[in-house]
Design a protein around this ligand. Structure first.
Ligand code: GLA
Length: 726
C-alpha cells in the first residue's frame, strides 16, 4: 500500500519505500501540505501547522479571528484571490474579470494503478512496480471551477508523480492564466537550488543558487523546453553532497514552455513551483470543458544527489518510453553530419558506410541535405522529397546498398519547420507561425509550422510516411532547429491566441505519437540544435536525444554530467568526432573522445576514411568494447565520483554488483601532481573484484579507494573495468 487515507483526521499520506508525503484538509476545507521527506509512519502531522495570529496578513474568507492566513500555511495547490502572496499554483480569470478561485475540498477517489492523461504523455507502471493513484477534487463553489489533483506513488522507486486537470463546471467561461503541476511548501530550511542552464553547444551546465528571501524564477519562453534552462532541477540543504544529505528532485513531462520558481517566504518557509510556462499563456475554458496540465515527477533522498539521479534514472528507463527499444540494445551509429555537412552524394555515403563497417558500426545516418533543394541551411525545409539528383540514385537504392553492407539505414528530418525558400511555403505561406501584417523573425533562415493545425500535421505525416515506406528505415533523427517567436495562428480566434504555445506541443505530440506508433521498430532520436529539447516529454516517444552539437570530449564532461543529474546516460546521444574539434578547435586524444562518448548512446560523427590505421584499430576495439558493456552502461547505477578538481570521474555499477566500469578524464595537468585517490561506490563490500589481473576487496575500493597513476600529456583518460570474483 502506498496511499493511506484517514477520513476522520482528513489526512492523505503517500508512502514510498523511503519517503513520506502528507496532506490534510484544513478546518476551512483548504488542502494543506504537511510533510515531504524521509519515511515516517502514518502519523498525523497536523501539530506542525502554525495556529497563531497571522500578523497583518489577510485571513481566510468569512473568518475574523486573525489566524489561518493562506499566506503562511503550507498549501498543496495555492490559488489566486485567497490572500497567499507567494508564487501560486493557479491563476484564473473569471468572466467578470476577477482573479479568484477559493478552492475547497470536494471529494477524493482511489484510481487503479497509474492515472493517465488524455492529451499528454505520462509515466506508466510496469508489472514490476507497485503503483497507486489518487484523485483529489477541489472546487470554487461560486465560479464552479473544479481542480482535480492527481498523485501516483511508485513505491519501490521512491517517486511521486502529480498532474492537474481543471474543469469548468460553471456556466460562464473562465481563462486559465497560470497552472503549475507542482507546488511544494517546506516549512523551514535554507535550501540551495541546483539548476541546469546553458546555450547552444553548452547545454545543461550545473549552477547552484541560494534560495533566500526573494523569488528565483526560471523557465523557457523558447517554445520548446530549450537549452537556456532545463525543466528538471534539484533543491538541497547546503551541506548535501553527492552521497550524503537531503535533497528533492523535480521534473516535468513536457516539451514546451515552462516556469519554475523557488522562494523563501517571510517566515522562512520555502516554496517551489513547476509547471506550464505562464508568459502569454491564457487558456479559455467554456462550460464543461477540461484542461490538462503536464505531469510532474518528484523524488526525495536523504542519501545525497546521486540517489535523486538514480531514482530518476530507474523511472525514466523503465516507465516512460513505450516503443520496441525498451530494454533492447541500441545500434552504434555513424552520422555523416560532421563528416560531410551538406556536401555529400549517395556514393560518398556508401563509402562512409563501408569504412564504418570496418570499425564495427551498425547504422548509417544520412543527416541534413538529402531532400528538396537543401544544399545549405537556408532553404527547402518542408520539401520532404528525395533529391535523387544530389544523391545520384533513388533513396531505395541507397538504403539497399547500405543494408547490403550489413548496416541499418537512418535519416534526419526536421518536420516542424518550413523555409521561406521552399515549395511548401510558396504554396502554403499561411501554415507558418507569424504575426499578421509583419515580417516574421527568422532563425537559421527558417520559420516554424503551425502544428496546432490538423491539416498541417496531416500533410507532413503523409509526406514523411511516403519516404519512410519507400525504404527499409530503422532510425530517424528528429531535429528542431530554432526557438519559436512569432506566436500567432491564423487558425485560432484572437481570444484563443494565448492557447497556441500549448496547442503547438499538443500538435507535436500528436504527430510523434502517430509516427512512432506506425513505426514501432524504428529508433527515433530527438535533437534540437543539439540538446535544446532534452526533456521527459520527448523521451516518452524517443529513447535517446542528441545531447549537444558540441562533440569536444572535455566540454562534453560538463554537458553529460549535468544531464546525468536528471536523465539516465542511456538517453544521451554521444559520438566520437574528429580532432581538432569542430566547435572549439581543441585537440584531444582519440581514446579520451572514445571514453567520454561511451557513457551514452555511442556512435561516430566523423569521416572514418580519414582516420589513420591506428585510429581505425582503436575505433574497432572501442565499438566492440561498447557493445560488450552496453547493458552495464544502460542499466547500471550511475555515480558521479568525488575527485580533485582537475579530474572528472564517474562509475557505473550493475544492479547485481557484479560488474563496474569507472572512467576518469584529466581536464588539466600540473607538474609534480598531488596524490590522487578516488573512492568507488555501489560495490559489494565483502566481495573481491578483479581488474587487469589485480584483485581488490569491495570495502577497500569504497573506503580507501584506488590510487590513480600520474598521467602525462593533454587530456588523458582511463577506463577501469571491475569484475566480481565471488
Ligand atoms: C542541427 C543538429 C545537427 C545537424 C544539423 C543539420 O544543428 O543538432 O546534429 O543535424 O542540425 O542541419
Amino acid at each position: 500500500m502506498g496511499i493511506f487515507i484517514d477520513e476522520a483526521k482528513k489526512l492523505f499520506t503517500l508512502q514510498t519505500n523511503k519517503s513520506t508525503y502528507q496532506m490534510k484538509i484544513g478546518k476551512l476545507g483548504n488542502l494543506l501540505h504537511l510533510y515531504y521527506g524521509a519515511k515516517i509512519a502514518n502519523e498525523d502531522l497536523s501539530y506542525l501547522l502554525f495556529d497563531g495570529e497571522s500578523h497583518f496578513a489577510p485571513y481566510p474568507h468569512g473568518t475574523t479571528n486573525r489566524t489561518g492566513s493562506l499566506d503562511i500555511l503550507p498549501q498543496e495547490f495555492p490559488s489566486c484571490g485567497t490572500g497567499d502572496f507567494r508564487s501560486l499554483g493557479f491563476d484564473v480569470e473569471n468572466s467578470d474579470g476577477t482573479h479568484i478561485a477559493d478552492l475547497k475540498f470536494k471529494s477524493y477517489e482511489f484510481l487503479k494503478g497509474k492515472y493517465k492523461l488524455e492529451s499528454l504523455p505520462t509515466f506508466y507502471a510496469t508489472s514490476d512496480d507497485t503503483v497507486e493513484s489518487i484523485k483529489i477534487t477541489l472546487i470554487d463553489e461560486i465560479s464552479g471551477v473544479e481542480v482535480r489533483l492527481y498523485y501516483a506513488v511508485f513505491e519501490e522507486k521512491d517517486i511521486i508523480t502529480r498532474a492537474v486537470r481543471v474543469k469548468n463546471t460553471g456556466k460562464e467561461k473562465v481563462t486559465i492564466n497560470k497552472l503549475q503541476s507542482v507546488v511544494l511548501d517546506i516549512p523551514q530550511g535554507d535550501f540551495e537550488l541546483l539548476h541546469f542552464h546553458g546555450r547552444w553547444a553548452m547545454e545543461r551546465q550545473k549552477e547552484f543558487l541560494s534560495i533566500r528571501h526573494g523569488m528565483i524564477s526560471f523557465g523557457s519562453n523558447y517554445g520548446v523546453s530549450g537549452n537556456r534552462q532545463n525543466p528538471g532541477f534539484i533543491i538541497m540543504n547546503s551541506k548535501t553532497t553527492e552521497n550524503h544529505g537531503e535533497c528533492y528532485g523535480f521534473n516535468l513531462v513536457y516539451s514546451g514552455n515552462f516556469t519554475a520558481t523557488a522562494e523563501q517566504a517571510s517566515l522562512g518557509q520555502t516554496r517551489i513551483t513547476l509547471g506550464l510556462g505562464d508568459s502569454s499563456f491564457a487558456w479559455v475554458l467554456k462550460q464543461n470543458e477540461i484542461f490538462e496540465a503536464p505531469e510532474a515527477v518528484m523524488t526525495f533522498s536523504n542519501q545525497g544527489l546521486t540517489k535523486v539521479s538514480q531514482n530518476f534514472h530507474d523511472l525514466i528507463r523503465e516507465n516512460l518510453y513505450k516503443g520496441e527499444y525498451v530494454g533492447k540494445s541500441r545500434p552504434v551509429l555513424i552520422n555523416n553530419w560532421e563528416a560531410t555537412y551538406f556536401d555529400f552524394t549517395g556514393k560518398k555515403l556508401i563509402s562512409l558506410a563501408e569504412s564504418a563497417k570496418e570499425i564495427g558500426a551498425d547504422l548509417l545516418v544520412m543527416d541534413d541535405g538529402w531532400f528538396g533543394n537543401r544544399n545549405d541551411d537556408n532553404r527547402a525545409l518542408g520539401d520532404w522529397f528525395v533529391n535523387e539528383k544530389k544523391l545520384g540514385m533513388p533513396l531505395s537504392e541507397l538504403s539497399m546498398k547500405i543494408n547490403g553492407l550489413g548496416l541499418k539505414f537512418g535519416i534526419w528530418i526536421e518536420p516542424e519547420m518550413i523555409s521561406e525558400d521552399s515549395d511548401l511555403y510558396r504554396s502554403h505561406p499561411e501554415w507558418a507561425l507569424k504575426f499578421p501584417k509583419r515580417k516574421p523573425l527568422l532563425g537559421r533562415n527558417q520559420l516554424v509550422l503551425d502544428l496546432s493545425k490538423k491539416e498541417v500535421r496531416d500533410y507532413i505525416f503523409k509526406l514523411l510516411i511516403d519516404i519512410f515506406d519507400s525504404v527499409n528505415l530503422e532510425y530517424v533523427k528528429w531535429d528542431m532547429n530554432r526557438p519559436i517567436s512569432d506566436w500567432y495562428s491564423n487558425g485560432l480566434a484572437s481570444v484563443n491566441q494565448g492557447e497556441l504555445q500549448h496547442r503547438y506541443i499538443l500538435g507535436l505530440y500528436d504527430l510523434m505519437e502517430k509516427l512512432t506508433k506506425r513505426y514501432p521498430s524504428v529508433l527515433f532520436e530527438g535533437c534540437a540544435s543539439g540538446g535544446a529539447r532534452f526533456d521527459l516529454g520527448m523521451l516518452a516517444f524517443q529513447p535517446q536525444i542528441w545531447s549537444s552539437d558540441n562533440t569536444d570530449p572535455i566540454n562534453r564532461l560538463n554537458i553529460q554530467q549535468g544531464t546525468s543529474y536528471l536523465y539516465p546516460i542511456s538517453t544521451m546521444g554521444s559520438h566520437v568526432s574528429i580532432s581538432p574539434n569542430h566547435q572549439n578547435g581543441r585537440t584531444t586524444p582519440f581514446d579520451t573522445r572514445i571514453n567520454v562518448a561511451m557513457s551514452g548512446t555511442f556512435g561516430y560523427e566523423l569521416d572514418v576514411e580519414k582516420l589513420s590505421d591506428t585510429e581505425k584499430k582503436l575505433a574497432k576495439r572501442a565499438t566492440e568494447k561498447y557493445k560488450k558493456y552496453q547493458n552495464l552502461i544502460f542499466e547500471g547505477d550511475y555515480y558521479r565520483l568525488e575527485t580533485l578538481s582537475n579530474l572528472t570521474a564517474w562509475q557505473i555499477v550493475s544492479k547485481n554488483r557484479k560488474k563496474s566500469l569507472v572512467t576518469i578524464v584529466a581536464t588539466e595537468l600540473v607538474g609534480n601532481p598531488p596524490f590522487n585517490y578516488i573512492r568507488l561506490h555501489g560495490l559489494d563490500a565483502d566481495a573481491t573484484y578483479e581488474s587487469n589481473g589485480k584483485t581488490y576487496k569491495g570495502d577497500s575500493l569504497m573506503n580507501a579507494g584506488i590510487r590513480l597513476a600520474q598521467s602525462q600529456g593533454d587530456y588523458p583518460s582511463e577506463q577501469i573495468y571491475l569484475k566480481r570474483l565471488n
